[in-house]
Design a binder for this molecule. Structure first.
Ligand code: TNX
Length: 758
């Protein structure tokens, strides 16, 4: 803290010299904690020399040389000899004026000076590289003063190389992109049900058998019947590959945290060594996703196996942390095993959760004996957290909060903000993803320190991390698309002090980074330019008013139906008959994003002030009751918008048509996505009323609508005859999820997007 204060004071005394209008050159991501840019520039030329002192890492110098060469074509010489001008001078500074891993970057007209300690030089280089501009064939860097240091020590990215495998070069590229944005922990998810991807010399079947599966699920597994690609799929990293990647990461100041899953997510391990399970097997390397009941049996044989594996893992990875998984380990095998039950008694454990704690504690202790620290998913808190273990909080922030309160270190990776396998755009054209909806703005808004955590415990929050699970990310270009630009947003969350973060400024910086991605051939998402259709009731008549919202500085261009004329959006568009509206964000009438469509179905209920009792569950109440009458029948794949969700409750909608109105049919568009605990509804009931007080049942007849529905979307079509002012439609929830289905015993979700009344 004292260090930080001094740093700030040093800064203030320097400030008056540099108080010049800035912002024209707002470019660096993550945003430096203090940055002042001037109008003039330093010109980088073949005569520019890198000068460094004896404490500067040679690797950092050679990184700078390589990157400058790559980005400008210039080959700069490096020397330890002093030189007065046209230099990039590195000074190593461990004094109190620079916080750990911090740096100061002074770009002056005739020289560049970089002062830093530990990884600070490297981070200064990243800032410098981002500042380089080409103008009239000159390579220029604006005269700038930066004082900067990271907010959190753990600024991580995770990559699941199991569900889909990515080769050595892909992993290296991933690391290099992390480094550009000053991220410093690579969490390498190496083992899971669908493959074992790290060579272990003592247990060769882990890779000879465990690294390959006989096929892979195609699409979402709820799309029954499941479809498989039947080709053999797999791969693994040899220990030489790993050493090479570790060396490369080290040159980028990235620590690798390898993950070896236990006691669950071990199908691939068990396929290789079935004797480590509680039941005889055989087991297969899984071809589909999810959670599997077969877990490691906590036998002495298992522990000695795990110790062998960890011995080799610890040797390969020099970092302090080893990730031991711990998530989603079902307990049925342990419940039914007399051996496990006797262990529970012998060690006076409470139950199977207690047994998992005991299991984890043994591994944590073993790792400690080897000078390492264990980190695990927040399930390792269930049944009591092992002493000395750190927690990776993914099921929200509670796990991290509990850990920090108890004086354990925690890394915050809640699914709500940090899962880059979720959708980042709500456009129907978005490529298939796991589910969820996490925009770049939402990632950017993330605050890793829980509000209610007392100040003195803040130090236990190590930082944050983006997780890239690859069930639905079949190739590396898709990995790129999922992390860019969300990773940049998280980089700023992890690095920049909250007071220096600014979403509008972040968005302004993106185009320069997008051009870098284009130069590098990186695939990225432009969802940040997505426009939004916002349907609202039309007070002046039937149907709806379609509002279009574009990001700041852009306008929408749109056309309706077959009419090809593009118009600039100036006011809400009244829709009174079924039509498709096409729209795109534009700057100066030129499209900058992708097209989106509003597929409007006009019907008697359109825009009606319908009431819902009870209201939808707050988690899925987008747009409220109006969602049922906005003419949108629900987009696939569903991403939470356009759908109202009811947990265990029925949907009851009451319409007031203002005057007696003839009704001939009712369609209910709903979801059946049992993997997400969303079940179809029971038969719909319809009631009519003249006064809104007493209702009479209306006879309904279910018929085939004649429309083929793409699962998990479903439509129930009912014919009915009634002339009524008030109409009540009841869509009954299916109730408790039956045995054998995911979430058995819990209340089912009912999801409805539109009730079409004609
Ligand atoms: C949950 S996050 C998992 C992973 C899946 C992921 C998909 C965690 C500790 N476990 O096995 O890949 O959801 O988002």
């Amino acid at each position: 803290m004292i260090r930080f204060l001094l740093f700030t004071c040093a800064l203030l005394t320097l400030l008056p010299h540099y108080c010049v209008a800035q912002n024209a050159n707002v470019v660096i991501i993550p945003q430096p904690n203090l940055m002042v840019v001037q109008q003039t520039t330093f010109e980088l030329s073949p005569a520019t020399v890198i000068v460094y002192d004896k404490k500067t890492s040679k690797k950092d110098i050679s990184h700078l040389q390589k990157q400058i060469q790559r980005e400008t074509g210039l080959t700069l010489k490096a020397t330890k000899k002093r030189k007065p001008e046209n230099v990039i001078r590195f000074v190593t500074d461990y004094s109190i004026t620079i916080p750990d891993n911090g740096y100061q970057l002074f770009v002056r007209n005739n020289e560049i000076e970089i002062r830093g300690n530990f990884a600070g030089h490297f981070y200064a280089i990243q800032s410098l590289l981002q500042l380089i501009r080409k103008e009239n064939s000159k390579i220029l860097i604006p005269v700038t003063n930066i004082m900067d240091h990271p907010r959190f020590p753990w600024r991580g990215m995770h990559l699941d190389v199991v569900r889909h495998f990515f080769g050595k070069q892909d992993v290296k590229n991933y690391l290099s992109w992390m480094a550009r944005y000053k991220m410093n922990v690579f969490h390498w998810h190496l083992t899971d049900d669908q493959g074992w991807r790290i060579e272990i010399k003592k247990w060769p079947r882990l890779t000879s058998v465990g690294a390959y599966r006989n096929g892979t699920l195609k699409g979402h597994y709820t799309e029954s019947p499941d479809v498989y690609d039947t080709s053999r799929y797999g791969g693994f990293y040899t220990q030489n590959d790993i050493r090479e990647i570790v060396r490369y990461a080290d040159s980028l100041h990235i620590t690798i945290v390898p993950e070896i899953e236990m006691p669950g997510h071990v199908s691939a391990l068990l396929a290789a060594y079935p004797e480590l399970a509680c039941t005889p097997g055989p087991f297969e390397v899984q071809r589909t996703w999810g959670v599997f009941d077969d877990v490691l049996c906590p036998s002495e044989k298992t522990f000695s196996f795990l110790q062998d594996v960890l011995d080799e893992v610890c040797k390969l990875f020099p970092g302090k942390y080893i990730h031991i998984g711990g998530d989603e380990a079902p307990k049925v095998r342990w419940k039914n095993s007399t051996y496990c039950q006797s262990l529970i008694k012998q060690h006076q454990l409470k139950d199977e959760n207690g047994l998992q704690s005991w299991f984890v504690q043994r591994i944590v202790n073993y790792l400690q004996s080897k000078g390492k620290r264990a980190i695990g998913w927040d399930e390792i808190l269930d049944g009591g957290l092992a002493k000395g273990a750190a927690v990776m909080s993914w099921r929200g922030e509670q796990g991290g909060l509990d850990a920090a309160l108890a004086g354990h270190y925690a890394v915050m990776t809640p699914g709500s903000h940090c899962y880059f396998d979720h959708y980042q755009s709500a456009y129907p054209t978005e490529p298939l993803a796991f589910g969820g909806y996490t925009t770049v703005e939402k990632v950017y808004s993330y605050e890793p320190v829980p509000k209610i955590l007392p100040k003195e415990k803040h130090e236990y929050i190590l930082g944050t991390q983006g997780n890239v699970w690859t069930e639905y990310i079949p190739d590396f270009s898709q990995v790129q698309y999922m992390i860019f630009p969300r990773m940049l947003a998280l980089a700023e969350v992890g690095w920049t002090q909250p007071g220096n973060k600014n979403w509008t400024m972040f968005k302004e910086k993106l185009p320069i980074h997008f051009s870098w991605m284009e130069r590098e051939g990186i695939r990225y998402s432009r969802a940040v330019y997505d426009l939004k259709f916002i349907p609202k009731p039309n007070p002046n008549g039937p149907g709806i008013l379609l509002h279009i919202e574009t990001p700041d500085g852009l306008q929408a261009q749109y056309r309706i139906g077959k009419d090809q004329t593009m118009r600039t959006y100036v006011e809400p568009i009244p829709l009174q008959e079924s039509a498709i509206v096409y729209a795109v964000s534009a700057k100066d009438e030129l499209p900058v994003g992708a097209y989106n469509t509003y597929n409007y179905w006009h019907h008697l209920g359109s825009g009606n002030a319908v009431t819902l009792t009870p209201p939808p569950h707050q988690q899925y109440s987008n747009g409220g009751a109006f969602t049922l009458t906005d003419g949108i029948t629900g987009n696939l794949p569903w991403k939470g918008s356009e759908w109202l969700g009811f947990l265990g409750e029925d949907l009851t909608a009451i319409y007031d048509f203002q005057k007696p109105t003839a009704i001939g049919s009712i369609r209910v568009v709903s979801l059946a996505d049992e993997g997400s605990w969303i079940h179809g509804h029971r038969p719909v009931q319809v009631f009519a009323s003249e006064d809104g007080l007493t209702y009479k049942a209306v006879r309904v007849k279910k018929v085939n609508s004649g429309f083929a529905q793409t699962p998990p979307l479903q439509e129930a079509f009912y014919q009915c005859q009634a002339t009524t002012r008030y109409l009540k439609v009841v869509v009954p929830n299916s109730g408790i999820i039956p045995d054998g289905k995911p979430g058995a015993g819990h209340r089912a979700w009912l999801f409805v997007s539109e009730i079409i009344i004609e």
